[in-house]
Write a protein that binds this ligand. Structure first.
Ligand code: C5P
Length: 334
């Protein structure tokens, strides 16, 4: 085989519940991923050495060296399962927003693993590729699996959710990206200040001092809550609603614990979610943002939401998407 082209999906989180940081710094998640048909493409050709070229939407901002997750995926695959001399000329064509909370980097790593497995004739199973992918990034296994899945651990432990119906989405992509580690750090900061506030409030209650001290020191979002969850909240009810194909319940149960920290860093995003909700959309931040995802009730509703959003938010791009989409797979091989 001389050339392989793989199509690799983006994702949105129907729910993203986050617990307090583990000793390794990662956060335990209870999440429901949905793969979307906003795709990147990974094209690999036989070569004596490894190289990477980034093309398309936002590609200028991305590295083409070993700091790129797709490059690291290629190296890891070669080291673990290939031979030292194996090479490939890799091209990634981007359509997934960069730093958008839609797993763009993970999608490219997933695409590279699937493409090179075929090009190099390694014969690895999806399970092998997902396991290697989990070492590269928390979302890489899901980008290989696709569909809708329940994610636990740091997002890499997956179980499929079989949806009762498909979903039509409008994605409001933002020209200014947001760093995932920065949003998790802000989540920790808010959680710490909430813990502090909770302790002060408990002390105040014990000594029967009047007034709530907690309200005075609480930061934004979750900081207003006195108790910070050690473990993430359950997404069971949402998964059941998705499986029944009950869109009203699905929309009502969507939740994202990274929304408050993302809003704290980027108040403009809170404004987008609020204004979108006012014109009848169920709006949620996608992952760590800044993309805001609107769940529509049917494709015609999605078209109307898209048109309304284009008028309401001239600085954002409204992109129609459908889910669930397949995981990273070979579209062409020659
Ligand atoms: O795994 P991935 O490389 O996608 O994670 C990017 C960053 O997001 C991590 O370095 C970490 O700061 C944060 N993260 C986290 N808990 C998770 C997933 C990601 O804290 N479950």
């Amino acid at each position: 085989m001389q050339e392989v082209r793989v199509v690799t999906p983006s994702k949105v989180n129907l729910a993203l519940r986050v617990g307090s940081a583990r000793p390794d710094g990662f956060h335990p998640l209870d999440t429901v991923f949905e793969a979307l048909d906003v795709h990147d493409e990974v094209i690999v050709r036989r070569s004596d050495s490894l190289s990477l070229r980034m093309e398309g939407e936002g590609a200028d901002a991305l590295p083409e060296d070993s700091t790129n997750l797709a490059f690291r995926a290629a190296r890891a695959l070669r080291e673990r399962f290939g031979a030292p001399g194996l090479g490939a000329e890799m091209t990634v064509r981007k359509a997934i927003p960069v730093a958008g909370g839609m797993a763009g980097g993970s999608a490219d790593a997933a695409g590279a693993l699937v493409a090179l497995n075929a090009l190099w004739g390694l014969g690895l199973s999806c399970a092998d590729l997902m396991s290697l992918g989990s070492e590269l990034g928390s979302d890489v296994p899901f980008c290989i699996m696709g569909g809708i899945a329940h994610g636990t651990g740091r997002g890499e432990i997956l179980a499929p959710v079989y949806p009762g119906r498909g979903h039509a989405w409008v994605l409001l992509t933002n020209p200014v990206g947001l760093s995932t580690p920065a949003v998790f750090r802000e989540f920790d900061r808010i959680a710490e200040s909430a813990e502090g506030a909770g302790a002060v409030a408990r002390e105040a209650a014990e000594t029967e001092r009047p007034g709530s001290v907690a309200a005075g020191v609480a930061g934004p979002g979750r900081a207003a809550e006195a108790d910070v969850a050690e473990n993430p909240a359950s997404t069971r009810e949402l998964r059941e609603a998705v499986a029944r194909g009950d869109l009203q319940a699905t929309a009502a149960l969507m939740a994202n614990d990274l929304q408050a920290p993302a809003f704290s860093l980027r108040p403009d995003l809170e404004d987008v979610v609020e204004r979108a909700s006012r014109f009848g959309a169920t709006a949620i931040l996608s992952g760590s943002g800044p993309t805001v995802a609107l769940l529509a009730f049917d494709p015609a509703h999605a078209d109307r939401l898209g048109m309304r959003a284009a008028i309401e938010f001239p600085k954002l791009r409204a992109v129609r998407a459908n889910g669930p989409a397949a995981g990273a797979c070979v579209a062409e091989a020659k």
